[in-house]
Design a protein around this ligand. Structure first.
Ligand SMILES: Nc1ncnc2c1ncn2[C@@H]1O[C@H](COP(=O)(O)OP(=O)(O)OP(=O)(O)O)[C@@H](O)[C@H]1O
Length: 707
C-alpha cells in the first residue's frame, strides 16, 4: 500500500490522537482517552466483563488502582517498567545480569521519563500564582462576573491540577493551548455570531471541543450596541445589563501559518484593558505576561519584586553539590539551572560559542540533554552534558567519532535519518555535545497515545526510514547497539520524520569488544546466549520496536535476562540448537536434557546417538541455582505466540461493524506478522537484512499473499 506522506503531515499533527482516530487503519492509534465518562475511548464501559471479553489484553494491563470514574472513562494501560542501559563501565565483561538484584540497573521509567514529559507542567505549577478574588483589579473583577477565576487564574489553575500527574502527557493539551491561539477576536466575527432576534450569541458557532463557560469567562467582549437587556430581571449572576460584557463566542479557525497566531486586539472599547504603571491601558495578554510585575504591583501595594532574589530554576536532580568544586552532584552530573551559560570558557579559542540553557530534554546513562540557545546566532540546539567521569567521557568521545564519521563521510547530505552533531566543547570538566534539536522520541509518542499503539500506516512510514538508516549502517559495517524507541526521535512534532540518536554504544562489526550490550527489551538472542554478533542485532531490535509501535507496549518486556529469554521462547519458540550448543551462556538459562536414540543404519557401532533437548530452567531451578529471586513472568498479552498476539490485538472502534475495512485490517496484520517473523528470526544468519526488509510487502505496499 502506498503511503501518502502529505496526508500524514496535515491535519494538526500526525501524532495527534484526533489525527490517528480519523486515519486509523489499525485502530491502535485512535484512542484518545479523555475524562468524559460518556466518551469511552473503547466505546465500552469498563467492567470485568469487558475485560474478560477483550481478546488480547491481559488483566494486568488494566490498572485496577484507578478509581472507578477513571476506569469507566478509559482503559489505562500500564506499560512494563523499563530499565535504563546498564552502566557500561561498571562491569564491561559481564556476559549477563548474573546477579538479578544488580544495583547498577536503574529502574528509571517513571522518574526519568516523568521528568521529561511532566516537566512543563511542574514548571507551570512552580511559577504560577493565582489572584485571590479579593485582590482583583477592577477590570479583573468585571471578568469574574461569571464567578469564574480570571483568565490567568483559570488557565494556571488547570495547569496546577495537571502538574500533579507527573509524567503524564495530556493528549488534549495541545488542543487546549491551541484553542487560545486560534480564537479570532475580530469584533465583526462576534457581531455575526449574535442572533439578531434574541440579541444572544448563536450557539451554532460553538465548536464541540470548546467549553462555553470557559470562553465566556476568558474572553468577555464589550460592545454597547450589541449588549442585550435583561428585561426579566432573572438571576443576577447571569443577567446581562447594558454595558455588561456580552458573552460573544469567538470564531475558531484552523491555524495555517504563524501569522494566524497574532492576537487581534479588541479596538472598540478599552474597558477590558488593565492599567499599566503609566496609567495607560494594556491588553490582558500583556498584563499577564510582560506586564505581570506591574499587574501584581497594582493589585497589592505591598508587592515587591526583586530580580536578584528570584531563585534560579534548577534542572538537574539531585541538585545538591557533591563533586567538582560543587559544580557536580553526587552522580557527577553538572548542576544546571535555567539561564545557565554553557561554553565560552576558553577565551583563546576561535570557537568560543556560548549557549543559554533553556530547559531539560532528557536524562540518560551518560548525562543530561538540555535545550539551549546559541547566544550569537539565536539558534536552538540540544546539548548533551556528559558526566565528568573519565569512563563516560571516553565512551562519549567514541559517540563523537561515530557521529562525525556518519555526518561527514557516510551521510554528508543528511538524507538517512541520523542525528547531526554541530559542535563539542568542555565546560567545567564536562564534555558537551551540541546536537540539532529534535522533538519527542518514539517512546514519548507512544506514551502520548496512552500506550495504545500507533496507526499501521504511520508504523510503515517510520519503519521505512529506520530501514534506510540501517542499510547505510550495515553497508559501512557499523552497529548501533542500542536501538530502542527512546533513541529514535521525531524531527518536529507535526511530521513523521525521524532521526536515530545516541551512538554512545555503537561499534564496528569488526571490533565487537563488548558482550553486554543493547537495552534488555531489545536485546538479541545471540547477545543473551553469548555468541558473536554483527549488525543483525540492530534488526532484532527493529523487530521489537515495530511490534511495540503496533501494540503500544514492548513485546518482550523482560524483568531480567532470564525472563527476557523466557518471554522470547514462549512467543517464538527455542533458538536453533546450534546457537544453544555454541552459546557461552546457554547453560546458565537452559538445561540440555540429552536423550539417546537408536540408529538403524545397519552399522553396529552406530546404534545409539545423542539427541540434544534443550529446555529453559524453571523459575525455581534458576532461583535455587543462582540464589536469585526470579518471579514467574507477568503477563501483558492474553496470547503467547507472535501470530496470535498480533492477530487478536483489539480491533479498532472505527472499523468495528465495517466488514470491508475489517478484512483489509486483518490482511494488513497477516502481512505485519510475516514481516515481524523476518525481523525476529532468532537465527542471525536467517534474519532479514535491512535490504531484504525494504523489499517486503509490508514496506513496499505490494499485495501480500502468504500462500
Ligand atoms: N538532539 C536531541 N534533541 C532532543 N532531545 C534529545 C536529543 N538527544 C537526546 N535527546 C533526549 O535525551 C534523551 C537521552 O539522550 P541519549 O539517549 O543520547 O542519552 P544517553 O545518556 O546516551 O541515554 P541512554 O541511557 O539511552 O544511553 C533521549 O531519549 C531524548 O529524549
Amino acid at each position: 500500500m502506498e503511503v501518502d506522506n502529505e496526508e500524514i503531515s496535515n491535519g494538526g499533527g500526525f501524532w495527534n490522537p484526533k489525527y490517528l482516530e480519523q486515519n486509523d487503519s489499525n485502530g491502535s492509534g485512535g484512542n484518545n482517552n479523555n475524562n468524559n465518562d460518556n466518551n469511552n475511548s473503547q466505546g465500552i464501559q469498563w467492567n470485568q466483563n469487558f475485560l474478560d471479553s477483550q481478546p488480547n489484553v491481559a488483566a494486568s494491563q488494566v490498572n485496577s488502582n484507578f478509581n472507578m470514574k477513571r476506569r469507566k472513562s478509559s482503559i489505562i494501560i500500564t506499560p512494563p517498567s523499563r530499565t535504563a542501559n546498564t552502566n557500561p563501565f561498571q562491569n564491561k565483561n559481564i556476559i549477563s545480569d548474573g546477579n538479578y538484584n544488580n544495583s547498577y540497573i536503574r529502574n528509571y521509567d517513571t522518574t526519568r521519563r516523568g521528568s521529561i514529559a511532566g516537566y512543563n507542567y511542574s514548571h507551570v505549577s512552580n511559577n504560577s500564582v493565582r489572584f485571590p478574588q479579593q485582590q482583583l483589579a477592577p477590570q479583573q473583577q468585571q471578568q469574574s462576573y461569571y464567578n469564574q477565576p480570571p483568565l490567568g487564574g483559570y488557565s494556571l489553575q488547570k495547569n496546577l491540577h495537571r502538574s500533579k500527574v507527573k509524567g503524564f502527557i495530556d493528549p488534549n493539551d495541545l488542543q487546549r493551548r491551541q484553542s487560545v491561539a486560534t480564537v479570532n477576536y475580530d469584533t465583526k466575527q462576534h457581531i455575526n455570531n449574535i442572533n439578531p432576534n434574541t440579541g444572544k450569541p448563536s450557539v451554532q458557532n460553538l465548536h464541540g471541543s470548546f467549553n462555553f463557560r470557559r470562553r465566556q469567562s476568558a474572553y468577555p467582549i464589550f460592545n454597547d450596541s450589541f449588549a442585550y437587556n435583561n428585561s426579566s430581571g432573572g438571576n443576577k449572576k447571569f443577567s446581562i445589563q447594558k454595558n455588561d460584557p456580552i458573552n460573544l463566542i469567538p470564531t475558531m479557525f484552523n491555524v495555517q501559518s504563524k501569522s494566524d497566531l497574532k492576537p487581534t486586539l479588541n479596538i472598540l472599547k478599552d474597558d477590558t484593558r488593565r492599567a499599566s504603571i503609566n496609567s495607560q491601558k494594556i491588553s490582558p495578554l500583556h498584563a499577564l505576561t510582560s506586564g505581570l510585575v506591574t499587574t501584581y504591583s497594582l493589585c497589592s501595594p505591598d508587592f515587591q519584586y526583586n530580580l536578584s532574589k528570584n531563585p534560579k530554576r534548577v534542572l538537574t536532580k539531585p541538585s545538591e553539590p557533591a563533586y567538582n568544586n560543587g559544580f557536580d552532584n553526587v552522580n557527577s552530573d553538572l548542576i544546571l539551572y535555567v539561564n545557565s551559560i554553557l561554553g565560552g570558557e576558553n577565551n583563546n579559542e576561535i570557537n568560543n560559542t556560548k549557549y543559554l540553557v533553556l530547559d531539560v530534554l532528557g536524562q540518560g546513562t551518560f548525562g543530561q540533554v538540555v535545550k539551549c540557545q546559541n547566544i550569537t546566532t539565536k539558534a536552538l540546539v540540544a546539548i548533551k552534558v556528559i558526566k565528568s567521569k573519565s569512563e563516560y567521557v571516553n565512551q562519549s568521545i567514541s559517540e563523537v567519532r561515530y557521529l562525525e564519521l556518519i555526518n561527514k563521510k557516510i551521510d554528508p547530505e543528511n538524507k538517512h535519518h541520523f542525528l547531526r552533531l554541530f559542535d563539542t566543547f568542555i565546560h567545567k570538566n564536562h564534555l558537551c555535545l551540541v546536537f540539532e534539536l529534535l522533538s519527542n522520541n518514539l517512546y514519548e509518542l507512544l506514551k502520548q497515545n496512552q500506550f495504545h499503539g500507533l496507526n499501521i500506516r504511520l508504523i510503515k512510514i517510520l519503519t521505512k526510514q529506520l530501514l534506510d538508516s540501517l542499510t547505510i549502517l550495515k553497508m559501512n559495517k557499523l552497529v548501533h547497539c542500542d536501538l530502542k524507541p527512546e533513541n529514535i526521535s521525531l524531527i518536529s512534532p507535526d511530521k513523521p520524520d525521524i532521526k536515530i540518536i545516541d551512538f554512545g554504544s555503537s561499534c564496528e562489526e569488526t571490533r565487537t569488544l563488548y558482550t553486554y550490550i543493547q537495552s534488555r527489551f531489545y536485546r538479541a538472542p545471540e547477545i543473551m546466549l553469548g555468541l558473536p554478533y554483527s549488525s543483525s542485532i540492530d534488526m532484532w531490535s527493529l523487530g521489537c520496536i515495530v511490534a511495540e509501535l503496533f501494540l503500544g507496549i514492548p513485546i518482550f518486556p523482560g524483568a531480567s535476562e532470564f525472563n527476557q529469554l523466557t518471554r522470547i521462547v514462549n512467543t517464538l519458540g527455542y533458538p536453533p540448537t546450534w546457537m544453544l550448543l555454541k552459546g557461552k551462556n546457554t547453560n546458565k538459562y537452559l538445561i540440555n536434557r540429552v536423550s539417546s536414540s537408536n540408529v538403524n543404519d545397519g552399522n553396529p557401532n552406530n546404534t545409539v546417538t545423542q539427541v540434544n533437548n534443550f529446555e529453559l530452567k524453571t523459575v525455581n531451578e534458576f532461583n535455587l541455582e543462582y540464589n536469585a529471586s526470579e518471579k514467574p513472568s507477568k503477563r501483558y498479552f492474553k496470547y503467547d505466540s507472535l501470530d496470535d498476539i498480533i492477530r487478536h490485538y483489539r480491533i479498532p472502534r472505527t472499523i468495528q461493524g465495517r466488514p470491508d475495512l475489517l478484512e483489509a485490517e486483518l490482511k494488513e496484520r497477516e502481512c505485519l506478522i510475516h514481516f515481524l517473523h523476518g525481523l525476529l528470526n532468532q537465527n542471525p544468519f536467517e534474519r532479514f537484512t535491512p535490504q531484504e526488509a525494504l523489499m517486503h510487502p509490508f514496506i513496499t505496499g505490494d499485495a501480500f499473499n502468504n500462500k
